[in-house]
Design a binder for this molecule. Sequence first.
Ligand SMILES: [Zn+2]
Length: 287
Amino acid sequence: MSDNDAMGANLQQPNPVPITVIGGYLGAGKTTLINRLLAQPTMPAGTAVLVNDFGDINIDAALIKSASPDGQVIGLSNGCICCSISDDLSKALDQLSNLPLQRVIMETSGVAEPARVWQHCHYPGFTPQALIVVVDAENFRSQSKDKYVGQLVNAQVDQADLLIVSKMDHNPAFQLRRLTAQLTTTDPSLLATVLGWTRRHPLTATLSTTKTASFAARTWYQQQALSLEELYALLDRQAEGVYRIKGWVEITAGIMQVDRVGERLTLKPMEDRPVPAQLGLVFICST
Ligand SMILES: [Zn+2]
């Protein structure tokens, strides 16, 4: 894109649509945070949500869509918007630029570097507003010391304009040394703070040129219902080198939403929520 193109677009739309980027490592609680924001009665109209799932099942986008049936939700799957599918991001922004939008909330993949995503948000008609990073109080300490993913997890925190701490209930004593202020996901001022947060200085973060960890997503597509024991056996077989497991599985008792972050496995019955289009599990692992 030439400078002239950018100027032309700015002339058409003098107020570019702000993009609030929500990042954080795999399983930190980005989708939960966005669903919590969307559930607020004061959520402004004209908000679109872009959701980047690293795996090839659009799990987070589906979860957000079910929380926001009227909202504009676009899922970008099968890669990371900061490094492998930035063309898809451009297409999605083109699609959104035809709508009367006030703002975009963008959920990055768990392996994205927020500063790289920020660069992609300088796009005709749009402007990046703030990098919000969700920090997992339960798992941050071990992840940040991990020899494979530690550098990425620390870079995500270093690049943030605002850190939001999740899962404090699992680790109430959690503290990050360099933080001057903390906001938890249950704070009543969460929505106003997140949407109002604006980066004050140009982004100067140094991007990591050598990645210490590279990730791959494998998908297991479910063909037939499993017993609960078979599901546990499947999850156990896949435990080594896997950082995150998520998806939907049909067991004898019904369809379960499956989520494993670190050692913690959560199985949630779908009950009367809409049945997902694709049953299966995405395993995100190191390569
Ligand atoms: Zn990336």
